[in-house]
Write a protein that binds this ligand. Sequence first.
Ligand SMILES: Cc1cc2nc3c(=O)[nH]c(=O)nc-3n(C[C@H](O)[C@H](O)[C@H](O)COP(=O)(O)O)c2cc1C
Length: 218
Amino acid sequence: MTDAAHPSNEPMRSIDPADSDPQATYYLLNSVVVPRPIAWVSTLAADGTANLAPHSFCTVAGTQPPTLAFTSIGEKHTVANVRATGDFVFHVVDYAITERMNITAANAPADVSEFELAGLEQTASAKVRSPRVVGAPVAMECVLDRIIDVGHSRMVLGTVVQLHIAERLFDERDRVDPGRLDAVARMGGATYATTRDRFDLTRPSYDDLRVDPATAAD
Ligand SMILES: Cc1cc2nc3c(=O)[nH]c(=O)nc-3n(C[C@H](O)[C@H](O)[C@H](O)COP(=O)(O)O)c2cc1C
C-alpha cells in the first residue's frame, strides 16, 4: 500500500534489539504497541496483605476455557502473590478511576496495600481468595493456569471463573456498550487514551472481496 501518507520510499529506522540498550527497546515497544488495555490486577499476599497493580501488557489469551494474561516485567509482588494463592482478579479501568489506578502503580512495600494507598474499597470475591475492587466496572476472578518465563518477565495466565460486570454497562440487547464502559488505554510513557472516538468496520467475507466492482451493480 502506498499513498501520500505511506510513500514506498518512506525512510525507515531499522533497529536490531541485540545492538540496543534493553531499556531503550522496552521504551520503543511500549510506544508502538498501542493502545493497550489495562489489567488492574488484585492479589493477596501470603501474609494477607491485599495488593493492586496495573499491567498494560495484557490480553485475552483464550476463550475455551476463558483465559486472561498479563505480564510482570521482572517478578514483582503481584507474581509472588499469584504463586502463593493461585489466583487473581483482573479489573477493567474506566476513565473515572484512572487516577486511582495510577496511584496503585507506586512501588509500595509488600506489606502495604495499594487499596489503602489509593483509598479504594475492597470486597470479597465469589470464588477466589484475591479481593476485588469496589467501583471497577468489570472484575474477572481468575484461577492461575500457568506462569510462563519470558526472559526476565513473567507472563501469568488465568482461567476466568467468575465475571462481575456493572449492570449499567449493558444495552437493551444485553451487550456491553463500549461508550458506557468508557475504558482507558495505555500509550507510551505517561500518556493514556480514552475509547471515546470509535468507528465501525464490517469484516468482509472472502466472497465479498472477489466481487468485481465493475459488475457489482449488475
Ligand atoms: C498504566 C500502567 C501500566 C503498567 N503496566 C505494567 C505491566 O504491564 N507490567 C509491569 O510489570 N508493570 C507495569 N506497570 C508498573 C506496575 O504497576 C508497578 O511496577 C507496580 O508497582 C507493580 O506492583 P507489584 O509489585 O505490587 O506487583 C504499569 C504501570 C502503569 C501506571
